[in-house]
Design a protein around this ligand. Sequence first.
Ligand code: PGA
Length: 227
Amino acid sequence: MKLLFIAGNWKSNKTGTDATEWLRSFKSHITSSTTQIKNITLVLCVPFTLLSIVKRGIEEAKLPLALGAQDVSALPEGAYTGEINAKQLKEFVEWVIIGHSERRKNLGETDELLFKKIVLAKEAGLKVIFCVQNESVPIPAGVDVVAYEPPWAISAVSNWKAQTAHEAAVVCEAIKTKFPNIPVIYGGSASADNIASYIEQPSIDGVLSGGASLDPEKFAALITNAR
Ligand code: PGA
């Protein structure tokens, strides 16, 4: 059976109250057969402010979700006002997203900066979901999952359009050829309706879901349909 990797990314959305309600609703929508599936790794990446509350909520409700952060500092522990370092994150999460196109674009994050983040994340024992926007973006050692996310296909951009599964598969295949041992997932308007078309492609091992993960019912349906 194919091993699948599905990550939800809430981006800069939700308060503590919203997160608690999301977890309650997700639990009611995820079917018991889904909670027992062994071939899917499910990761939920939430804002820093929600890590504590979501970690507790996942544990209390025994949800089949690993927790992830959406970024990590490129600096170690120390006098770096406002930064959240990898060692601090490790108290809460197993996973971290590094290199999302929104951070590359809005915050000017460069490959050089992102490579520093990966080194510190790995030193702290975090697993890295590294986002690339095409097959040419350099992928450094230490990455655990590669997320191919064409920026124009992200549901939050105007005139977005999900990339067809076949086109996405060609890019994922190119990445896989260079990194045969790393799962490659697709991100860009993935939904319960189109998930099957992506994961039936041999080169696509799952999805990174932004917009659909905000709605617990839609995210649960996406997972159920992936199954
Ligand atoms: P989306 O986000 O699912 O909302 O399109 C995907 C991503 O940001 O990679």
